[in-house]
Design a binder for this molecule. Structure first.
Ligand SMILES: Cc1cc2nc3c(=O)[nH]c(=O)nc-3n(C[C@H](O)[C@H](O)[C@H](O)COP(=O)(O)OP(=O)(O)OC[C@H]3O[C@@H](n4cnc5c(N)ncnc54)[C@H](O)[C@@H]3O)c2cc1C
Length: 216
């Protein structure tokens, strides 16, 4: 689900997040939840978020109760999950679910640069009903020949060409990549599993892998 909010001039880098005040606990302390900014900084005065509402979650209940025009309070932008200032080789973004949020503006940022490598997105979702933003991604690939997007469904309900998790296809591609940098975002388990497999195959954790886990 997407939502957008008016904001004063905020400076941020694609990939950063904000911390939203979603309520108060029994002792009157604020309850905070983090959300990545899904829009590019160039869209001044507006921040877009991509939200998954989870059953019974405090943050999810807060968003569910919001009405158009309601004010929210947040701190940030903050975070270090941002593009390197330059890339000598290929760039591989791997997202699960709403982990796509910070990656969308990060991809837009690198595609504006004059860099030599390929820009590849692997995005894992559960089923057809979870799909969104496919037309925008297709338009981006049509405009930028160095960008390619592969969307996998782990539990498709009908026929879907790319089935299964994203980890296998990323590892299969590894030998053909040139000096790759990996950006992993979303489900913490996917991130840990893929990171371990990449390191096992000689990828440098420090120089070549950046990640942001939304939850364990
Ligand atoms: C840096 C950072 C950026 C984040 N950006 C986003 C974002 O752009 N969009 C977004 O929807 N969430 C994002 N999250 C997760 C978000 O902060 C909350 O955890 C989420 O909204 C659930 O909060 P809750 O209070 O409703 O439920 P909680 O009670 O806090 O969580 C319930 C359970 O839901 C699961 N869960 C949490 N987040 C997700 C999710 N995104 N998808 C599937 N299952 C989840 C976890 O298993 C968690 O234990 C981000 C987290 C971090 C740390």
């Amino acid at each position: 689900m997407g939502t957008s909010a008016s904001a004063c001039e905020l400076r941020f880098r694609p990939g950063q997040f904000i911390s939203i005040n979603v309520g108060t606990d029994g002792d009157g302390n604020p309850i905070l939840r983090s959300y990545s900014i899904a829009s590019p900084p160039e869209r001044r005065g507006e921040l877009s978020l991509i939200l998954r509402l989870v059953e019974g979650g405090v943050g999810s209940r807060f968003f569910d109760g919001l009405r158009s025009g309601d004010a929210i309070s947040f701190t940030g932008p903050m975070g270090f999950f941002v593009n390197e200032l330059s890339h000598a080789g290929d760039i591989v973004y791997v997202a699960t679910g709403t982990g796509i949020a910070p990656i969308l503006p990060m991809i837009e940022e690198v595609l504006r640069r004059n860099e030599p490598g390929r820009v590849l997105l692997f995005w894992g979702l559960r089923r057809e009903a979870d799909l969104f933003g496919q037309d925008e991604l297709a338009a981006l690939s049509a405009r930028h020949p160095r960008f390619a997007c592969h969307v996998y469904l782990s539990q498709p309900q009908g026929f879907y060409r790319l089935r299964g998790r994203v980890i296998g296809p990323v590892l299969e591609l590894l030998p053909s990549l040139r000096e790759p940098t990996f950006y992993l975002c979303g489900n913490g388990q996917m991130i840990e599993e893929l990171k371990a497999a990449l390191i096992d195959r000689g990828v440098s954790r420090k120089r070549q892998i950046r990640s942001e886990a939304f939850f364990d």
